[in-house]
Design a protein around this ligand. Structure first.
Ligand code: GLA
Length: 416
């Protein structure tokens, strides 16, 4: 069947179903061009921040546990110039080329609920930066992004972190990286109403080329785990479905974890153990037991996976990824039919070591899977998985590979 959907046509035009993506420098050039067209002059400052994919350690960050993510080669780029003749003060004019919408606000003085949802992130981070002494002049700002929106690859964290980085460029002041990540997380809590953990913002700020970040979310200590084997590809497949529209499942999981920890008399599930869970099996509600079992097991799997990766034990890493998926599906109940199908197809077509491991990544209820794939088999595997997925769901998936990318960066600071 001839495919005409936009998701497929990008990859197909290059003779492959795997989308090669737009390099950062080309995205930056596009943003500069769009800025000039929209605002009639060249931007003075440019900043970029990546999305992320999590290899393992899902729904553990807000339980003080471990996560093992990396920044991806998909970015949000923001360009800005001092406003000429605008209202002055903290007046900001925004344009998003991604959603083709304009917004306008006064930092700290507008009702953010009146803004389009994407602009609330920018508003929230700018308000937070201002509290930290990063006070910009009136600005014109243009945004564009290659991070898929709503695909579980942290497009919102990329936007938050790009905003904070842009204000660092504009004001010439630097935020401590951890404080910067926390400021962005706070904006997401307060201005988007999403009680997320710290993984996404941390990864977007602290990502490093060729490295996974083993982040201890209790101490915020980061251990770098190299991912440099040239024969192993990180393949991301977007289900292109989103089932959870109200956003209520995430806060519910979070409060269930807190309730389970409270019932067992510990500060967080990081402090709990399988033995403790067994001890409380009579008194703890079954649903809370399942949630806690996932988190306790996942924290352990993540630490083990980091060790196995460092030792090159790919077989074990793969087992841990599949086990993580099963636990998210059965105990944490945040997967969905399409995610399960992609993992099953990876396992089926990847038999014999072509696929090392596969699992859902991010919050769940749609979004993406992450798979470790042997490079030699990538193209036929990707084609087979995509064809079967499409046939069974009627939806075209999007596929791309990525190396671990560098975190947020100032692309241009005003000269002179
Ligand atoms: C979302 C949140 C993260 C994390 C993941 C699940 O991406 O923003 O903080 O909790 O879900 O691991």
């Amino acid at each position: 069947m001839q495919d005409t959907s936009p998701e497929m046509s990008v990859g197909e035009s290059a003779g492959s179903i795997v989308d090669p993506g737009l390099p950062l420098d080309e995205l930056v050039a596009r943003v500069e061009r769009d800025f000039q067209q929209r605002f009639g002059r060249v931007p003075q400052w440019l900043a970029a921040a990546p999305g992320r994919v999590n290899l393992i350690g899902e729904h553990t960050d807000y339980n003080d546990g471990f996560v093992l993510p990396m920044a991806i080669e998909r970015y949000t780029v923001m360009a800005a110039a001092e406003a000429d003749g605008a209202a002055g003060g903290a007046d900001v004019r925004l344009y998003s080329s991604t959603v083709k919408q304009a917004e306008r606000f006064h930092i700290g003085a507008s009702d953010f609920r009146q803004l389009a949802p994407w602009a609330r992130y920018v508003y929230g981070v700018m308000a937070g930066c201002r509290e930290q002494g990063l006070e910009p002049p009136a600005l014109d700002v243009l945004i564009d992004s290659t991070v898929p929106l709503g695909g579980g690859l942290s497009s919102s964290a990329a936007l938050e972190v790009a905003t904070a980085t842009l204000l660092e460029a504009v004001t010439g002041k630097r935020l401590d990286p951890i404080r910067k990540a926390l400021l962005c997380q706070k904006a997401e809590h307060e201005y988007a109403g999403m009680p997320c953990g710290i993984m996404d913002q941390f990864t977007s700020v602290l990502g490093q080329a060729s490295q996974l970040l083993l982040l201890d979310c209790r101490s915020t200590e980061v251990t770098l785990v190299p991912l440099v084997d040239p024969d192993v590809e990180v393949l991301i497949i977007n289900t292109n479905v989103k089932h959870e529209l109200t956003g209520s499942e995430y806060p519910l999981r979070r409060s269930q974890c807190e309730a389970a920890a409270r019932a067992m008399g510990v500060r967080s599930l990081r402090e709990a153990s399988p033995e403790m869970l067994a001890e409380f099996s009579a008194s703890l509600e079954p649903v809370l037991q399942r949630r806690a079992r996932h988190v306790i097991g996942e924290i352990e799997r993540t630490e083990t996976a980091a060790k196995c990766l460092a030792a090159g034990d790919w077989a074990r890493v793969g087992e841990l990824m599949y086990a993580s998926h099963a636990s998210l599906r059965d105990d944490y109940e945040v997967s969905c039919r399409e995610l399960d199908l992609l993992v099953e197809l990876a396992q089926k077509h990847g038999a014999g070591g072509k696929v090392i491991g596969s699992r859902m990544t991010g919050g769940g209820f749609g979004g993406c899977t992450v798979s470790l794939v042997r490079k030699d088999h990538l193209e036929p595997l990707a084609a087979a998985i995509a064809a079967d997925y499409r046939q069974q769901t009627g939806v075209a998936p999007s596929l791309f590979t990525t190396r671990p990318a560098q975190g947020a960066q100032i692309v241009r600071t005003k000269v002179g």
